[in-house]
Each structure stands twice: as structure tokens, then as C-alpha cells.
Design a protein around this ligand. Sequence first.
Ligand code: ATP
Length: 422
Amino acid sequence: MDKIVALCKRRGFIYPSSEIYGGIAGFWDYGPLGVELKNNIKREWWKKMVYEREDVVGLDAAIIMNPKVWEASGHVQGFVDPLVECKSCHNRFRADKIVDFTCPKCGQKGKFTEPKKFNLLTEVYLGVTEPKQKAYLRGEITQGVFVNFQNVISSSRVKIPFGIAQIGKAFRNEITPGNFTYRSREFEQMELEYFIKPKEKEGEKTFVYWKEQRINWYKSLGIKSESLRFRKHADDERAHYARAAYDIEYKAPFGWSEFEGIHHRGDWDLGRHKLNYKDLETGEEYTPWVIETSGGVDRTALFFLLDAYSEEDKRVVLKIHPRLAPYKVAVFPLLANNQELVEKAKEVYRLLRASFFTAWDDRGNIGKRYFAQDEIGTPFCVTIDYVTIEDDSVTVRNRDTMKQERISIDKLKAYVKEKLEV
Ligand code: ATP
């Protein structure tokens, strides 16, 4: 974990937010490579959940909504974590995270206050004159979907069963942010709300279907099966809206940890917002049930980084899926002081850059450049050498195998493209 945190800072994936002023607990900034990784994750998710399906449409709702939404959704009352305080060191912890009645900070056993409940919604105040209007930064992106349920139905051609997908920021006043970006106060979620008929069988079938879809998505992007598992929520653990809930967990250095929840929300939300669905063919009217898949972009990014990180004999290499890698390809002139090589390399760089996010490096020797790219997960490195000047071919070196191939420049784009589609 420490190595990943250091790598993220050193190479521009993730920095502590407002660091020059001492930082602020629970907030993180994504650097030049981090923003690429996050965008790639979101793009892959959107492709799978929206573009490849005929039954899902997208949405991008506002972060601040009428506060009545959060009263109706139950969050003002029910979005709480029970906290206990250690009487010895006075640190506060989530009651459900205390193992064996032992304080995770000072090690004292059994000296806790009674659990007290704290609401996780972040309050904001709108307007310039008093009294200002109290509102909330959304604690989950989900509600934006429910309050637009009618709008989407009347403005698009969706029919039940169908889904609405959304990616966006959420905010929680987490009492104990920690484990790097794992528990932040500002984070991004990627969610699908899938609306179905309120029938037990349909609910079960759809729930199982989405559980499988979601875990397979992580596997398809390279997370090792043995690092993934489902965990069923116990009855007393489920959120106030859930009829059934499973987490997809990753075997992180700090233990098995949730990064996506699959929730059967039943008719809780649409019911609370008093929204119904009318089947125009049969005339049937009902409150649909909702199966939700709710993943975190930041936790996903962190787990992809952890899973990809490997140390080999002489190098650190991020074996991240090529479609998630920030740079797809890097271009080097063999020698930085040879005008002819540099010019040719720039030509190749521009050619590739038009299609793929491409790095340029002419510092140090080729070996060092390879290692620098390995560490940030660049799948291919292209070197322009003296043979290139003669026959327009380049060497392409593969990150994972370290093998090199000679490829002609006119086939280079197709070569990288094909590998990215794997
Ligand atoms: P936890 O039990 O870890 O607090 P949760 O069960 O409250 O998480 P959900 O409400 O199901 O989380 O949110 C869905 C997803 O949003 C989570 O699986 C996670 O990826 C992401 N998420 C939730 N809270 C945070 C947070 N504080 N920081 C980063 N991501 C988060």
C-alpha cells in the first residue's frame, strides 16, 4: 500500500488535496496520469453499461437537489453511521468496524462509549442573504435518477425493463476517512438503476444477472479472480432502502473491502417519491422495483492499481489492462542528440498521438525510459533507430513480455489498435 501511495504521488496519479496548505482529510486530487486512469475506467463502464445495451440510457443530474429529495429518500433520517468513542484515546470509530472490542488506535479493550448516530450528508448553504437556504451535497448519485424517472420515460422510448446509468460525484461526511482514497469524503460513483416489474421471480433473476455482469466486468479488465469475492449483507447491516444486498469485495492489503454494491431496492425510492409506471400497451399501472449496481470510481482505480502492481527482478511494472493504462504507447528516438532520429521520432509520435494518448521521452538511455514507462503501465514503447531511417520500421517493445518486434510505420496504428481491443 505504501508503495502504491508513493508511486501515485511521484508519477502523477494521485496527490493529497490542497497539499501546500497541509491537505484536508478525505480529499484527493488526480494528477495527469490519474485523470487518464479514471477517465478510462469511466469510459469502459459507460461502454459496457450504456452503449452495448439497448435497454439502458444515461443521465447526468445536478449534485445539489431540492432538500426535500433527501427527506423523501430517507437519507436525512436514515443515512447514519453509529460511532463509538474510545474512552482511553478519545478517537472515534464506526461501531461496525471494531473487532473484538479493541481500539484500533490505542489497543485498549472494551472501553467504548455507547454508539451515537451521525448523519453522513454534507450540508451546504445557498443564496447570499440571510436566511440562507440549507441544501445537501448528494450523498449518493442515485436519487438524481429517481427524481428524473418520469422525465426519462416521457422524453425517450424506454419501456420496462430498462435502466438509467449515471456517473458522478458524491459526498459523505465520513468520520474516519482513510486507507488512501478508499474512504474519501468526495468521491465518484458509477451506478445503474434497473427498473423491473414488481414480481419476486423477476427481482431474483435480475439481481443474479447483474451480480454476474458486474463481477465479470472487473475480471474482463484484468482483476484476478482470487482477489474478488461477493459478500452478502446480513439483515441488520443492510441500508435503509435495501431488500437484499451483496458487495463485490477486493482482497486489499487492508483486508477484503467493498468497491461495488448490488442492491435490491424494491419500490422504496419510487414509492417514497410517489412515482409510478404506466404500461401503455396493457394499461397496467404499478411502482417498479429497482435493482441497483453501485460502484466507486476511486475505489476501482485504487484496486486496479494495487492488482496491477508487480515487482520483478530489476523493475517495477504496472500490469494494468491496456485499455485502462494512461498512456497507450510511448515513442523514443534512440539518441536525443541526433537530429534525423528526433525528427523521424516526432513524426511517429504525432501519427500515434492523433489516435492514442502517447508519451514522448528522450531523456537518459533506452533502458531507463523503458523502466519509467513500465512503472506507469504503458503497454508499448516504440523506438526510432538508424534502421528506421533506412526502411521505415520501428521496434515495438511489449511491457509484459519485454519482447521486441520490428514493425513498419504504416502498420503501427493498426497494431496498437488491435492490441487495445483485446
Ligand atoms: P462503506 O460500507 O464502505 O461505507 P457503503 O456500503 O456505504 O460503503 P454504498 O452506499 O453502497 O457504500 O456506495 C456504493 C459505492 O460507492 C461503494 O461500493 C464504493 O465504491 C463507493 N463509496 C461509498 N462510500 C465511499 C467513500 N467514502 N469513499 C470512496 N468511495 C465510496
